[in-house]
Design a protein around this ligand. Structure first.
Ligand code: F6P
Length: 481
């Protein structure tokens, strides 16, 4: 097969991670998180150079050695260009501005407004701006090697990369994709004006600007108009394109040995009725309210005691950030409370596993009867697409209206409001009582949808949107100057 066109991808977290093993040797680990999971198969389809931040000591060691070739799990080679930031800069960039500030603003979480001491301009200028400048410099270096490559900039960590790349290479073809929600002007107004403006200008430095849903895209147009009076440009350059799953790769993972052994272990100990949630330990994922809803279900339905179990597989996330440490503690507390209240010899209502174990998550996907996905807001939520694809029990998806995936899947799920704990308990009950024929039909419909709108379709559309708009940008630039 002919080698496809080159592509430069830039994201904070790289497609593979590295750490030092017990003997000090470098070990490769699967890059975690939705963005990386979704984008990684691109390296098997395109001639990819991936620019990312070095996030561990092992990765900083690799960055010092310069760009290197890397082999993907699918066997293709790609270039990996890791950027080692000054640790203090990186701590302000990742641990203060990107998370929790931008993450919280864009997920409608209010903690920021309660923090009496949040000082944002210093970490912004000496963290976020500098880290974005360094990543953009790496992109420009790569553009010198492959000048015609389109540049795919990913997510809220890198909102300023397009500004810097555009300044250095005015003719570059640049696309940005936001993997989290976008919010309206009132929400952006909590930030210093300088920050909100720079973020919107950063995205408008692109030819093509992508979001998972029309809802996030419309909010972007609205906030561009309110902040910059550039709503028209935002309208012309943006599109909604929900990301998806590499169906073939995912099914191969599900059929692999590592998933099989975990599935056997799960089968040996699963309750008669299995409710599942799979998330990162992130406040936006709303796990605490999900456990409280399960508690209400147990209150209402004594007949389920001893028969039902909630398995929560949570990937530890951003553990150096105080808000995340507190949230993890809140999760552990509510689980302990429910288990203490209802548990008895031989039956633990909630099994909480906080570990990064992707094969265990995929094994659990095959076995759930009800899948609870209840984020406050979520750009898309890939679990809602991955799990139904491999489920073997006609499992029902209970899905938050705040998840981007809801717009695609709403006809085949039980919808819930993320702050409505009582409503979530009722939704769980409805899911358990749903007739078998409906369960099967809904699952089949979700699968058909995911197959028809897979990752290939997403990537192709991103390229098409960029090609379609890139020449217009030059005309637009002339008009603006
Ligand atoms: O889309 C949000 C995202 O960037 C995804 O990659 C992933 O879900 C998560 O955030 C990863 O976060 P982190 O890189 O901080 O672990």
């Amino acid at each position: 097969m002919e080698r496809p066109e080159p592509l430069i991808v830039a994201s904070n977290r790289g497609p593979v991670g590295f750490r030092h093993g017990p003997d000090g040797a470098l070990e490769e680990v699967r890059g975690s998180g939705g963005l990386v999971t979704a984008l990684r198969p691109l390296v098997d389809r395109m001639d990819v150079t991936w620019v990312a931040s070095a996030m561990s000591d092992a990765e900083r060691e690799i960055a010092a050695g310069g760009r290197r070739t890397q082999r993907s799990p699918g066997g293709s080679e790609f270039w990996l260009h890791l950027v080692a930031h000054d640790p203090a800069v990186y701590a302000r960039f990742y641990g203060v501005v990107a998370n929790p500030v931008l993450w919280f603003v864009q997920h409608d979480l209010w903690g920021l407004k309660l923090d009496p001491e949040a000082d944002l301009r210093v970490p912004w200028r000496q963290g976020y701006v500098e880290a974005n400048r360094a990543l953009a410099a790496a992109v420009v270096e790569e553009l010198d090697r492959v000048p015609d490559a389109p540049v795919f900039v990913q997510d809220y960590h890198l909102d300023l990369v397009p500004t810097f790349v555009r300044a250095a290479r005015p003719a570059a073809r640049i696309a940005h994709f936001t993997h989290i929600p976008w919010v309206g002007p009132d929400d952006w107004a909590v930030l210093p004006h300088e920050i909100a403006v720079a973020i919107h200008e950063g995205l408008l430095a692109c030819d093509s600007i992508g979001f998972h849903t029309e809802r996030w895209r419309a909010a972007f147009v609205e906030s561009c108009e309110a902040l910059l009076a550039r709503g028209g440009e935002a309208e012309r350059r943006s599109h909604a394109n929900p990301i998806s799953v590499d169906v073939e790769e995912f099914e191969a993972i599900a059929a692999g040995d590592r998933v099989r052994s975990r599935r056997e272990a799960l089968l040996a100990e699963r309750p008669e009725i299995l409710v599942l949630r799979v998330d990162r330990t992130d406040p936006s994922k709303n796990a605490v309210r999900g456990f409280a809803a399960f508690e209400r279900l147990l209150e209402r339905r004594p007949d389920l005691h001893g028969r039902i179990g909630l398995l929560a597989l949570l990937d530890p996330s951003r553990e150096t950030i105080p808000e995340y440490v507190d949230y993890r503690r809140a999760v552990e507390d509510v689980v302990a409370r429910v288990n203490e209240r209802f548990g008895r010899a031989g039956w633990e209502p909630i099994a909480l596993v906080v570990r990064d174990d992707f094969p265990a998550s995929v094994a659990a996907y095959t076995e759930y009867d009800v899948l609870l996905v209840n984020p406050v807001l979520d750009g898309l939520n890939l679990v809602a697409k991955e799990a139904p694809l491999v489920n073997r029990r006609d499992g029902v998806l209970v899905l938050s209206r705040g998840a981007g995936a809801f717009a695609e899947l709403e006809d085949w799920v039980i919808g819930i409001d993320p702050l409505d704990v009582g409503g979530q308990a009722e939704a769980l009950e409805r899911a358990l009582d749903l007739p078998q024929a409906d369960r099967r039909a809904w699952l089949d419909a979700i699968r058909a949808h995911v197959r028809a709108h897979d990752l290939d379709a997403w990537a192709t559309r991103e390229l098409v949107e960029l090609e379609r708009r890139a020449p217009c940008r030059e005309a637009g630039a002339t008009m603006r100057s």
